[in-house]
Write a protein that binds this ligand. Structure first.
Ligand SMILES: CC(C)(COP(=O)(O)OP(=O)(O)OC[C@H]1O[C@@H](n2cnc3c(N)ncnc32)[C@H](O)[C@@H]1OP(=O)(O)O)[C@@H](O)C(=O)NCCC(=O)NCCS
Length: 146
């Protein structure tokens, strides 16, 4: 599949976050604290100039992880009809490479139960106990050394 990965704005990321992660909820529910910080970056994967997948990276340490230089992955989403084609894999890989270039040690995320296999295949491990996020469901903290 012919794809392009580019830096995008938070506002562009909402166009995919909204239908995939906050379907039926107000658009404001897509806005995350820190979306517009200078340390945050957003990536988009495009097919034929259409934005079909997004993920965002926030400078944030998790209390269960001891490494000094950590980033949190948030808002990982691929439009329904483009899922299971390897696009999630390529966009996350690209982001991990950028983090390595910034000398980061660890990436972590709060993973939905449905996405566990995706992250496991990407080399992420579970740490701690699962927890519930209201209206969204069970989540696991998953992390990977970069
Ligand atoms: C989770 C998500 C981001 C993964 O993105 P994706 O593009 O579907 O992921 P990939 O295609 O890279 O990998 C997903 C699966 O497709 C398979 N796959 C990878 N490349 C493939 C290819 N070229 N052709 C067919 N299948 C492929 C993978 O093996 C994987 O299989 P699995 O279901 O056994 O894990 C996406 O499915 C999504 O947006 N889901 C809904 C929102 C969500 O849950 N987000 C995560 C929040 S924590």
């Amino acid at each position: 599949m012919n794809y392009t990965i580019k830096d995008i704005s938070a506002t562009e990321a909402y166009t995919v976050r909204h239908p995939v992660l906050r379907n039926g909820k107000p658009i404001d529910s897509c806005i995350f604290d820190g979306d517009n910080l200078s340390s945050t970056f957003h990536l988009g994967v495009f097919i034929d100039n259409k934005l079909v997948g997004v993920c965002s990276f926030f400078k944030c340490n998790h209390q269960l992880l001891t490494e000094e230089f950590q980033y949190q992955l948030r808002g990982m989403a691929v439009l329904n009809t483009y899922q299971n084609k390897g696009l999630g894999n390529v966009i996350l890989n690209y982001g991990e490479t950028l983090l390595k270039e910034k000398n980061m040690n660890v990436i972590w995320c709060n993973a939905r139960e449905k996405a566990l296999n995706f992250y496991k295949k990407m080399g992420y491990k579970i740490i701690g106990e699962p927890f519930n996020i209201k209206d969204i469901g069970l989540h696991y903290v998953m992390w990977k050394k970069l």
